[in-house]
Design a protein around this ligand. Structure first.
Ligand code: NAD
Ligand code: UDP
Length: 322
C-alpha cells in the first residue's frame, strides 16, 4: 500500500490501520505539513517504509503495489492559504504522478478529496450529485479547484485507462495527531481552552460544520478501498457507482459558537469568546448526506462528538508544547 501524505494527520492513521491489518505500507511524504513524530507508533514495524519525496515529481517505489492512496496536500485553510502554489501543484501534478504510479503497477487508486468541492453550498445536506458553489478565483480556490481537478483526472483515468479508482470526499475530521498550530477550528479551540486563552470565533459563529472523529473516517475509507464493486442488491449499478465520489463524514451539524461552548465545557476552561473577522468565502454551512456510504458500504460514524472531543482533548493535554 503506497500512501502519499502518510506522515500527516489522516495519512498516519491510515498507515497504522493498514499495518495492523498485516499490509506492507510505503509512506511517501515531503513533510511540508506532516511530521515524523506522527509515524513514531509504527516506524519500527518491519512492514513499514518511509520515503521522503515531493510527489509533484515522479514517484518510484520498489516492490509490488496493490493500492495507491493519494492523501498528500496541505489541508487546513491556514496551510493552503500560505502554500497556494504547492497546493495547486500537489492536487494536479501530484495526483497525475500518483495515478501514473497506480496505472504502471496495476494498482487500485484512492483519492482523498474534500467537502470543499461543494464550496459555500446552496443546499444542505450536501449529496454527492450536488455540483457545488465554488469561487475559483477567491483565496480558497487554490484548494477547492485543485481537488475538483484531481477528481476529474481520477475519473478520466478510470474511463480512459480503466484504472480501478475510488474517490472519498472527506468532511471536517478531528482527533489525535492534529497539529496544535494547524489553525483548524477544533485544534485552535482546544489549545486556546487548555491554555486559558480567548477562543477565537471568526464572524458571528452562526456558520455550521459537521465533525467526524478520525477512527470513523478511517473505517469508511477502508471500506471504500476494499469494496470490489459487487453487491447482491444490484450488481451492475454498484459496480460503476463505486468509482463515483463518496461523502465520508459525520452528519451531526452544529454552529461554531456551539462548538466553542462545548469545548469550554469539556475542558472546564475559564476561557472567554472573542470574535475575529470571517475569512473570505468561508462556507456558511456544511453537512454530509451519507446515504451512499450507508447503502453501499454499510458505514456510518459511531463516535459521538463528546467522546471524540474528550479523546482529542486528552491528546492535546499530553503534548509538552500545549
Ligand atoms: P496534513 O497536512 O496533516 O497531511 C498532508 C500530508 O501531505 C502532510 O504530511 C504533508 O507533508 C504531505 N504533503 C503535502 N504536499 C506534499 C507533496 N507535494 N509531496 C509529498 N507530500 C506532501 O493534512 P490531513 O488533514 O491529514 O489531510 C490529508 C488529506 O485529506 C489531504 O489531501 C486533505 O485535502 C484531505 N482532507 C482532510 C480533511 C480533514 O478534515 N483533515 C478534510 C477534507 C480533506
Ligand atoms: N474558525 C473559527 N475560529 C478559529 C478557526 C476557525 O471560528 O479559530 C471557523 C472558520 O471560520 C470556519 C470553521 O471554523 O467557519 C471551520 O474552520 P476550519 O479552518 O477548521 O475548516 P474549514 O471547514 O473552514 O475548512
Amino acid at each position: 500500500m503506497v500512501i502519499t501524505g502518510g506522515a500527516g494527520f489522516l495519512g498516519s492513521h491510515l498507515c497504522e490501520r493498514l499495518l495492523a491489518a498485516g499490509h506492507h505500507v510505503c509512506c511517501v511524504d515531503s513533510l511540508i505539513t506532516g511530521r515524523l513524530e506522527n509515524l513514531a507508533a509504527f516506524e519500527n514495524n518491519t512492514g513499514f517504509t518511509f520515503f521522503r519525496h515531493d510527489v509533484t515529481k515522479p514517484i518510484e517505489v520498489e516492490g509490488a503495489v496493490d493500492a495507491v492512496m493519494h492523501f498528500a496536500s496541505p489541508a487546513s485553510p491556514v496551510d493552503y492559504l500560505r502554500l497556494p502554489i504547492q497546493t495547486l501543484k500537489v492536487g494536479s501534478l501530484g495526483t497525475h504522478n500518483a495515478l501514473g504510479l497506480a496505472k504502471a503497477r496495476g494498482a487500485r487508486f484512492l483519492l482523498a478529496s474534500t467537502s470543499e468541492v461543494y464550496g459555500d453550498p446552496e443546499v444542505s445536506p450536501q449529496a454527492e450529485d450536488y455540483w457545488g458553489h465554488v469561487n475559483p478565483v477567491g483565496p480558497r480556490g487554490v484548494y477547492d479547484e485543485a481537488k475538483r481537478f484531481a477528481e476529474a483526472l481520477t475519473l478520466a483515468y478510470h474511463r480512459y485507462h480503466r484504472l480501478d479508482t475510488r474517490i472519498v470526499r472527506i468532511f471536517n475530521t478531528y482527533g489525535p495527531r492534529m497539529r496544535p498550530d494547524d489553525g483548524r477550528v477544533i485544534s485552535n479551540f482546544i489549545v486556546q481552552a487548555l491554555q486559558g486563552k480567548d477562543l477565537t470565533i471568526y464572524g458571528a459563529g452562526t456558520q455550521t460544520r459537521s465533525f467526524c472523529y478520525v477512527s470513523d473516517l478511517v473505517e469508511g475509507i477502508i471500506r471504500l478501498l476494499f469494496h470490489n464493486g459487487v453487491s447482491e442488491e444490484s450488481p451492475p449499478a454498484t459496480a460503476e457507482i463505486v468509482h463515483q465520489p463518496f461523502n465520508i463524514g459525520n452528519p451531526t451539524e452544529l454552529t461554531i459558537s456551539e462548538a466553542a461552548a462545548l469545548i469550554i465545557r469539556l475542558t472546564q476552561s475559564s476561557s472567554r469568546i472573542v470574535h475575529h473577522p470571517l475569512p473570505v468565502d468561508d462556507p456558511k454551512c456544511r453537512r454530509p448526506d451519507i446515504s451512499r456510504a450507508r447503502r453501499l458500504l454499510s458505514w456510518e460514524p459511531c463516535v459521538s462528538l463528546e467522546d471524540g472531543l474528550a479523546r482529542t482533548i486528552d491528546y492535546f493535554r499530553s503534548l509538552k508544547t500545549v
